[in-house]
Design a protein around this ligand. Structure first.
Ligand code: NDP
Length: 240
């Protein structure tokens, strides 16, 4: 029986790379997204990976979304990758409450919403793999990103706590902290800021989505059962 995998924000950027890598490795994959219907339809047609739209910041939508995915894939979720995320960059003294809340709800509350929706079935099966996508900026902070850095740091605490709770149940919970990776999110960075960021990356380039996806594959593997509660930095050697 094929293992099942669900990737949030799985139709674009890093998430799309993760969905494709899991599919190529033989998993039965579902890719969640929020509102990019045209892109998701194109992704599904090109890859054969099934796509499902819901807002990961909404708890009930996650419960219903997971139920839909389980029905479509023919069983409970074995591998959950919490990848969906947004930025609303702004210095704190100018930040609206809306932009604070949006990032916390989408990037952090979503991880609770999704894990809560799959954890019981994983515990019943005595197997599960959860990989949460944090960020280098959750480890070191970044100006203009108090909302994003708080959410991404929160993911790390959550990961470690859930790893402890789940260790005796065959479920591993790990985080990946990518540095800058070429996607729509980083394409939106101003050219002069991008040049400055590049100077701080020892390997001299942004990462590729496949380099994050390969690490997810490794952590998702049954053989990685002794790795839990860890944070894997993939950032081209950025000093933290
Ligand atoms: P993109 O902006 O390219 O893609 C984000 C994905 O998340 C899209 O599929 C989007 O769906 C989905 N999404 C956003 N909000 C929601 C929501 N409320 N419900 C469901 N899906 C949602 O991002 P990246 O690929 O660059 O980033 C992926 C993850 O990696 C994020 O968590 C990000 O914080 C993290 N990261 C990225 C880095 C980078 O350099 N790119 C560095 C470090 C961490 P839709 O297509 O419908 O909009």
């Amino acid at each position: 029986m094929k293992r099942t995998a669900l990737v949030t924000g799985g139709t674009r950027g890093i998430g799309a790379g993760i969905s494709k890598a899991l599919s190529r490795a033989g998993y039965s994959v579902a890719a969640n997204y929020r509102s990019g219907d045209a892109n998701a339809e194109k992704f599904q047609n090109e890859t054969g990976i099934r796509v499902f739209s819901w807002d990961v910041s909404d708890y009930e939508s996650c419960e219903k979304g997971v139920a839909r995915v389980c029905e479509a894939l023919g069983g409970p979720i074995d591998v959950l990758v919490n990848n969906a995320g947004v930025t609303r960059d702004c210095m704190l003294h100018k930040m609206s409450r809306e932009n604070w809340t949006k990032v916390i709800e989408t990037n952090l509350n979503s991880v609770f919403n999704m894990c809560r929706s799959v954890i019981l079935s994983m515990r019943e099966k005595n197997f599960g793999r959860i990989v949460n996508i944090s960020s280098v900026n959750g480890l070191k902070g970044q100006l203009g990103q108090s909302n994003y850095s708080a959410a991404k740091a929160g993911i790390i605490g959550f990961t470690k706590a859930l790893a402890l709770e789940s260790a005796s149940k065959g479920i591993t919970v790990n985080a990946i902290a990518p540095g800058y990776v070429s996607t729509d999110m980083t394409d939106a960075i101003r050219e002069d800021v991008r040049e400055n960021i590049l100077k701080g990356i020892p390997v001299g380039r942004f990462g590729q989505v496949e380099e994050i996806a390969d690490a997810v594959l490794f952590l998702a593997d049954e053989k990685s059962s002794f790795i839990t509660g860890t944070v894997l930095s993939i950032n081209g050697g950025q000093y933290l």
